[in-house]
Design a protein around this ligand. Structure first.
Ligand code: THU
Length: 158
């Protein structure tokens, strides 16, 4: 028997102002996009911005539904939109913000992590994740793998 452990590194910024100008701008764009969330049931608005390799951005917000499971999180709306419009362009970064200030920045739910890692592996380039909620601190992860260790992926199907 071997005892093993994992160490996950991420950056915590006390303020958005500590990020570089490109990342600050992406957070501003994500925050401005919060108004497009459709969250009449939870009232919890989430916005996600994918920064593509060519500098373009593709945005998404959570889209809820009266039949609750039919709704979709902002991260999946954004990355599905990005990869359906620009299948050959890599996603460099995804920035996720919420309107509410929460106890910590809101990082993607399990299903979104699974979707994000699919594209990270397919494009063979890490996707940087930046998350911020309300006036909270900011967390930055260098790869989706850091928030989904032991991920299942298509390789297991071969
Ligand atoms: N939500 C997201 O859009 N992203 C997350 O990472 C967490 C949760 C949405 C789903 C639902 O519309 C609302 O937030 C409350 O769960």
């Amino acid at each position: 028997m071997k005892k093993k452990s994992l160490n996950i590194e991420y950056l915590e910024y006390d303020s958005v102002t500590d990020l570089n100008s490109e990342e600050r701008e992406l957070i501003t764009q994500a925050d401005e996009n919060l108004k497009n969330a459709y969250a009449p049931y939870s009232k919890f608005k989430v916005s996600a911005v994918c920064k593509m390799e060519d500098g373009g951005v593709v945005k998404g917000t959570n889209q809820e539904n009266g039949a609750y499971p039919s709704g979709l999180c902002a991260e999946r709306v954004a990355i599905f939109a990005a990869k359906s419009q620009f299948p050959d362009k890599n996603v460099d970064k995804i920035v996720i913000t919420t309107e509410q200030t929460t106890r910590s920045p809101v990082s993607p739910c399990g299903a979104c992590r699974q979707v994000l890692i699919e594209y990270e592996l397919a494009q063979n380039q890490s996707i940087v994740l930046i998350v911020k909620s309300g006036d909270s601190k900011v967390w930055k992860f260098k790869s989706v793998k850091d928030i989904l260790p032991f991920a299942f992926d298509g390789e297991f199907l071969k």
